[in-house]
Ligand binder design. Structure first.
Ligand SMILES: [Zn+2]
Length: 311
């Protein structure tokens, strides 16, 4: 990984200097290689979509790689393959102030880039399907807000969204952008160079950089946490029930960009199977449910979905 960017304070304003030391664009960096589009497979997906009257779509990190966000598990290009870093654990975040300090310092550095990333043609296609009445409900495992940026409204963010922050004591929510301003006010001379970006906006910093970073509390004094489900935490049961109901009301399920390794998403596949719904999977590389799908496509989401006519 040769791409890096630096962030520094200049005359009271924070600047991000993106220094691309590589020859590829961000698509080439994080999207696994895939075979050329197969016209017969495109026709099969078109038939699947045409026959669907109440289509539920579930998306994962693979839909956002073309927007410049790496996934966790893809061979060679996923976060686990490129680094030895693991996502933050829920219990560690709750227990340890130093862990929270490290988390927020990294998140602060990654935020300008993470928050500026834009939907790609796959997000726009699904938003268009909703507008035309084809998409019954959209469930995403992503926390990057790219579906919302593309205009999707019939949407459940299963694992929350990095664009919101909540207080662990009083529950008050604030926009993540507001917290960024508080960070800047508390750390006027702090500077750090970031290396790499994770699916949740995390970046990598040294311990020395982290130790001098000041983290604000809520007005009530409570610690702040992004409104996302960290690894080791569980999805709100009401939200899970809500999605189970949407799956039971649907007549077909399309998975886009997920290996379905995490149970919080996989359980809805099991519900769809119980209901005998036809399942199609669009994901580069194998998934946990390939044997349950009537159609499996190893293609780039942003290349394939815009080719499908939702009418
Ligand atoms: Zn509070």
């Amino acid at each position: 990984m040769n791409c890096r960017w630096t962030l520094r304070a200049a005359k009271g304003r924070w600047m991000v200097n993106i220094s691309q030391q590589c020859s590829h664009g961000s698509i080439g960096l994080f999207v696994p290689p895939s075979p050329p589009l197969d016209p017969e497979k495109i026709r099969e997906l078109q038939r699947f979509i045409t026959l669907s009257k109440r289509l539920l779509v579930m998306t994962g990190a693979g839909i956002s790689t073309e927007s410049g966000i790496p996934d966790y598990r893809s061979e060679k290009v996923g976060l686990y393959a490129r680094t030895d870093r693991k996502p933050i654990q829920h219990g560690d975040f709750l227990r340890s102030a130093p862990v929270r300090q490290r988390y927020w310092a990294r998140n602060f550095v990654g935020w300008p880039r993470f928050s500026s990333l834009q939907p790609n043609p796959a997000h726009w296609a699904l938003s268009n399907w909703e507008r035309l009445g084809k998409l019954y409900w959209l469930v995403t495992q992503n926390v990057d807000a790219l579906h919302t940026k593309a205009g999707s409204q019939r949407l459940t963010e299963l694992h929350g969204c990095m664009h919101r922050v909540l207080c662990l004591n009083c529950g008050e929510q604030i926009p993540r952008g507001v917290l960024q301003e508080r960070f800047e006010a508390l750390n006027p001379t702090w500077s750090a160079e970031a290396h790499g970006l994770a699916p949740d906006g995390d970046v990598f910093l040294t311990e020395e950089q982290v130790r001098s970073f000041r983290v604000p509390s809520c007005r009530c004094g409570g610690p702040l946490k992004p409104d996302v489900v960290f690894f080791g935490d569980t999805v709100n049961p009401d939200k899970v029930d809500f999605v189970h109901r949407r799956v039971k009301e649907a007549d077909s399920l399309l998975v886009v960009g997920s290996s379905l390794q995490v149970y919080s998403g996989y359980r809805f596949i099991l519900t769809a199977r119980e209901k005998k719904l036809p399942i199609a999977i669009l994901n580069i590389g194998p998934t946990r449910s390939d044997d349950l799908a009537c159609l499996k496509l190893d293609s780039r989401c942003g290349e394939l979905l815009p080719l499908i006519d939702p009418c």
